[in-house]
Design a protein around this ligand. Sequence first.
Ligand code: URA
Length: 205
Amino acid sequence: DAAPVPASGIPVDPDQEPAHLDECRRCPLYANATQGVPGEGKKRSRIMLVGEQPGDQEDLQGKPFVGPAGSLLERALEQAGLDRNDVYVTNAVKHFKWEPRGKRRLHKTPAQKEVAACHYWLEAELAKIRPAVVVALGSTALKSVLEDRRATLKAFMEAPVRHGAYQVVATYHPAFILRVPDQETREEAMAALVHALRTALELSL
Ligand code: URA
């Protein structure tokens, strides 16, 4: 098989690629992160959840979705009839991008270049897990999963789409839901996330 060419346009040479995320220098984000955060879950998970990038807690613990967004995601999974152990959880970007704000490290949205560079690792996970359904949590994940930087959440939340070997379900990012100030709107967004996870479950059966 020919080596896959990732969205970054940098061809993948297996002899030259880092064997591990912590050796990755495909973009500069490694420099300010504690460690790379790989995906987590069973090898043949039918459903893969893709977030944006690790947050503060994820960066420190080396695991995806272990902070506040992870708690909300776990509640949503439960409401959808799924267990976290049933799904593979990962991110479009594997290193935490942040800027200092006092003593805190404030999340910064990754640049498209960084998302494209990191697509290499997402592709490797997709090839390993071979999910039937990929749930894109938020716009960064959606653009990476579809390899289309113009894809919008609004357009793709309408219905699942097939992309290559898997169905793509798009929904809100859990951290976005946490930030919605109005309670009613926040509950609607949570319901949309639960609905998307239920759709993923149905499509995976
Ligand atoms: N937000 C994400 O997108 N991913 C995580 O792992 C945690 C928070």
